[in-house]
Design a protein around this ligand. Structure first.
Ligand SMILES: [Zn+2]
Length: 465
């Protein structure tokens, strides 16, 4: 390396290069422009969707239900929140929201108090109604070229994550066999979340989890709502597989849909062993009162293997939430990425996107990405969980994983938080690449290529964006 090399100059070059080259958000939950206009979030609602709120503020002890109760006066809300918000200032989640609000609205979150929260509230509401707001943040400032929106989550999964571990609902199998059939269909439908793509430079992925537990009659309306067709008429496993295949055919024919997605790890392990067809058929053949936890699990295992095989045949990558779920009672250790090893090995034609680095097991994600050509790593959420852990993981990944296999994702609901996440993640990646350049492990040009690959080209290739 020439002695005239300046790391700070390279860092500036890297930022400019990314600005020109553009980025792809390989996993996000952004609320569509018309959905946001209609919902018209103010400061409290905006905050309630942020990771800062969902993780740090909740963990610090805010009485969340009371805080979000529509009957609580705004000033009382400010009094509840402000002292707790201060306790979260050192967290990466805080820094992301601080960056996002500062760059989007020129508002310094450190100055938030009982006399000025209305200013920020009004700025957010104005942005909701501004026609070119998404363009301003996502296109003009971030140069987002495309992305993969997580389009929906079924009400069953949302309800189960909040229910299991509370009261006498011991686990997922118990929930599916005993609790789910007693739930009111409309209440469950209200818990289903859908995102629209309008206003976003993005394509979408389709969550397949409802198909893993779609055999009870009580879940069929959720299938109909999310995937269409006539799931009510399905009476046996062959009929069910026909239904699943029809859905996968529709997805692969839709140019807006570029991947499948699973977040089932929120309630069960990522171990999906091969199961005999006869074993999986029991859920259709036996009376419900005779079914056991093993029947529920076997059906899920069978369908997951079937879907992953079909995804490979149809060229659809599948995104897996790996690592800690951010809510609920399911232990982290069952969410470790290496549980997916058998499934990955059995489906060499299927490309697997391991999301969130499998945090806190990011080393396991890396060993899978080097053992199997069909495994990719996604930084979504990992860069937000902890700045220091993300840097350690990145250092290790870049030491062992080829540069075509790592992607970045924003993982946020509102574009301002996505912007904050992008700025924080960008500096993490630039810092780690800069260290490698300083040690002459890679050239400054190699560093720029890696940066472009991580933030744009790799996701573009994987999802054919
Ligand atoms: Zn996500």
């Amino acid at each position: 390396m020439s002695s005239a090399f300046s790391l700070s100059q390279w860092r500036e070059t890297a930022r400019n290069r990314l600005r020109e080259h553009g980025i792809v958000d390989a996993h996000h939950h952004t609320l569509g422009q018309s959905q946001r206009r209609e919902r018209n979030p103010g400061l409290w609602d905006w905050l309630s969707e942020s990771y800062l709120f969902l993780v740090s503020i909740r963990a610090a002890g805010l009485e969340v239900d009371k805080f979000l109760d529509p009957g609580v006066p705004d000033n009382h809300r400010a009094q509840m929140l402000l002292p707790i918000l201060k306790l979260t200032r050192a967290t990466t989640y805080y820094r992301i929201v601080w960056e996002g609000l500062r760059t989007a609205f020129d508002f310094d979150l450190n100055t938030l108090d009982e006399s000025n929260w209305q200013v920020l509230d009004e700025l957010i509401r104005l942005a909701n109604q501004q026609d070119d707001w998404f363009d301003e943040i996502l296109v003009r400032r971030m140069n987002q070229r495309s992305g993969v929106l997580d389009r929906q989550v079924g009400g069953t999964l949302t309800d189960a994550i909040m229910t299991i571990g509370a009261g006498d609902v011991a686990d997922w199998d118990n929930y599916i066999l005993k609790v789910r059939p007693t739930r009111d269909a409309n209440e469950m439908a209200a818990k289903t979340k859908k995102r629209s793509l309008d206003g976003q430079p993005s394509k979408a992925s389709v969550k397949i989890d409802s198909l893993l537990y779609g055999w009870p009659q009580s879940v069929r309306s959720e299938l109909q709502d999310l995937f269409g067709g006539n799931p009510e008429e399905v009476r046996d496993l062959d009929g069910y597989l026909n239904y699943v295949d029809g859905i996968l055919e529709q997805i692969s024919a839709d140019r807006q849909l570029v991947a499948l997605k699973s977040a089932i790890v929120g309630v069960r392990s990522l171990h999906f062993p091969l199961v005999d067809k006869a074993r999986a058929q029991r859920v259709f053949r036996e009376p419900v009162e005779h079914l056991t936890a093993e029947d529920v699990t076997s059906f899920e295992d069978f369908i997951m293997n079937h879907i992953c095989r079909r995804a490979g045949e149809r060229g659809l990558p599948i995104q897996f939430h790996t690592g800690s779920p951010f809510a609920g009672a399911h232990p982290d250790r069952y969410c470790a990425p290496s549980f997916l090893t058998g499934l990955i090995a059995r489906c060499p034609e299927t490309r697997f996107d391991l999301m969130h680095g499998g945090y806190p097991y990011w080393g396991e994600s890396a060993t899978l990405a080097v053992r199997f050509p069909n495994v990719y790593l996604n930084l979504a959420w990992l860069t937000m969980i902890s700045d220091s852990e993300a840097r350690v993981a990145l250092r290790s990944w870049l030491d062992q994983v080829p540069a075509n296999k790592i992607m970045w994702g924003g993982d946020c609901v509102f574009v301002e938080e996505t912007y904050g996440t992008y700025l924080v993640s960008r500096e993490q990646v630039i810092d780690v690449l800069g260290e490698k350049i300083s040690r002459s492990e890679i050239s400054p040009d190699d560093g720029l290529v890696c940066l472009q690959r991580i933030f744009c080209d790799n996701a573009k290739e994987l999802f054919a964006l």
